[in-house]
Design a protein around this ligand. Structure first.
Ligand code: KIV
Ligand code: ZN
Length: 518
């Protein structure tokens, strides 16, 4: 089963490993939006969350299970029966359902993290897979920290997991430590050594700590893996997971080397990337392969000259193939709804009617302030809209006094669940004054971990995109906003992060109450 055909199962874990990355948490509505796009994109498996982690995670997996039409919906579980039953409950409404259960198998994890002897770990492999099989025939077992596991013990656990009924065997590179040659060899040897390996599909789950996640995933496939676990934009714990868009376009563009098939509609890659970036508030780096702003931009004269003569001189992929529009239509205040809609389609956005109307209104406001509206302006504006759609607190008005004489002062009005509240504060600079005024209305103990401003386009009338990352206790959240006024944008990004923090706090209280009642 494992390496007999050339179809690669694409297992997307944006909503689980991706959402686990600090500051990338998403609301239920946002997760549903992402799940729908992943389903349209054609991924085979959507790992929708870790149901035991919180009631919010359980609800998200359960709701996703109800809306996904084509993909298998998967819930993650540790090797305990409570975890597995919670995952089983969460996925039970899905047309196609999978439980993914895992336990660490490396010496360092078993000794320090699990504090378990290898024999007990081995027993738990069998117990957990057997329990998961009571819920579904589609069970994936993972040897956490697999690439740092002793080979013989790894093979022993893999064989036991398959005997207990696992149909997918995942060997994760949990800490992003392996290299392409090493992982190809590991998969090949495990598949050759384990006697029942033909009864399972082998899977790679690579982290990007050394920047090799995509290369390692593809190498694992050369070694016999037929499932790749990946995330949109490479979101994930620490340096992230293998980026789905890179894996897919590498297979497609270099099919002469990687002669494998996936069911992904590559034209939706840009749209998926933008949505995930907007809802997670994780900007995509400009020079990111496939979906970065500059991935298809040519600045130097020599390159532009080559491109005009023949695009193949400097492009190995067609921008249209990943859903990037070809023309560069400049929008302005005379552009109507139709042109705006066309522009959004071209940029890969597909908004619902209300979100479209809000985005159009904001576009018109922006066009009054700024002569030329570029694609980047529209992207910033729509990302802002998508990111703030479920916020209960919004910035309504503000006045800032800054300059060389006197103290910096800000007067800010917020809409707080329908009531307008205004506060005034001073600070060390205008941004500090704004944040102090907001803090009076939304008291918190969060630390500001990141405050970042970047210009969306060139020119002094460019929109400023501001990202604010806050940490309170175990929660890290990120807010992002764009506006031609840097101070307004700062206030909105701060309030957006605080909205997310409030949702996290409410979830925590709800979870504590439910577990106390149980
Ligand atoms: O990185 C990892 O090992 C994981 C497992 C839960 C599969 O995410
Ligand atoms: Zn992982």
């Amino acid at each position: 089963m494992s390496s007999m055909n050339n179809d690669i199962v694409i297992f997307d874990t944006t909503l689980r490993d991706g959402e686990q990355s600090p500051g990338a948490s998403m609301t239920l509505e946002e997760k549903l939006q992402v799940a729908k796009v992943l389903d349209e994109l054609g991924v085979d498996v959507i790992e929708a969350g870790f149901p035991i982690a919180s009631n919010g995670d359980f609800e998200a997996v359960s709701e996703i299970a109800k809306v996904v039409k084509n993909a298998t919906v998967c819930g993650l579980a540790r090797a305990g029966s409570k975890d597995i039953d919670r995952a089983g409950e969460a996925i039970k409404h899905a047309e196609k359902r999978r439980i993914h259960t895992f336990i660490s198998t490396s010496p360092v994890h078993m000794k320090y993290k699990l504090q378990m002897e290898p024999d007990r770990v081995y027993e738990k492999v069998i117990e957990s897979v057997t329990r998961a099989r009571n819920w579904t025939d589609d069970v994936e077992w993972s040897a956490e920290d697999g690439t740092r596991t002793e080979f013989d013990f790894l093979c022993k656990c893999v064989e036991a997991a398959i005997n207990a009924g696992a149909t997918t065997i995942n060997i994760p590179d949990t800490v992003g430590y392996t290299t392409p040659l090493e992982i190809a060899d590991l998969f090949k040897r495990v598949i050759e050594t384990v006697p029942n390996s033909d009864k399972a599909i082998f899977s790679a789950h690579c982290h990007n700590d050394l920047g090799m996640a995509v290369a390692n995933s593809l190498a694992a496939v050369r070694g016999g893996a037929r499932q790749i676990e990946c995330t949109i934009n490479g979101l994930g714990e620490r340096a992230g997971n293998a980026a789905l868009e890179e894996v897919i376009m590498a297979i497609r563009t270099r099919n002469d080397v990687f002669a494998y098939n996936t069911g992904i509609n590559t034209k939706l890659l840009t749209r998926a990337s933008k949505l995930v970036s907007a809802v997670s508030a994780f900007p995509v780096q400009y020079n990111k392969a496939i979906v970065g702003k500059n991935a298809f931009a040519h600045e130097s004269g020599i390159h532009q000259d080559g491109m005009l003569k023949n695009a193949e001189t400097y492009e190995i992929m067609k921008p249209e193939d990943v859903g990037v529009g070809g023309t560069d239509l400049v929008m302005g205040k005379h552009s109507g709804r139709h042109a705006f809609k066309q522009k959004l389609d071209q940029l890969g956005y597909n908004l619902g009617e209300n979100a479209f109307q809000d985005a159009f209104n904001r576009f018109k406001d922006l066009a009054d302030k700024k002569k030329n509206i570029f694609d980047e302006d529209i992207e910033a504006l729509v990302d802002d809209e998508v990111g703030a759609a479920s916020d209960k607190i919004k910035v309504i008005a503000m006045t800032v006094i800054a300059g060389t004489s006197g103290v910096q002062k800000a007067i800010v009005t917020l809409d707080m669940n329908g009531t307008h509240v205004t506060k005034e504060a001073t600070g060390d600079g205008p941004v500090d004054a704004i944040f102090n005024a907001i803090k009076q209305m939304i008291p918190h103990k969060a630390r500001l971990m990141l405050y970042q401003v970047s210009a969306v386009t060139a020119g002094t009338d460019a929109q400023a995109e501001v990202s604010c990352r806050l940490r309170e206790g175990d929660h890290t959240v990120t807010g992002r906003s764009a506006d031609t006024d840097t101070m307004v944008s700062s206030a909105k990004a701060y309030v957006s992060a605080l909205n997310k923090l409030i949702v996290r706090r409410e979830k925590e209280v709800h979870n504590a109450q439910t577990s106390a009642a149980e």
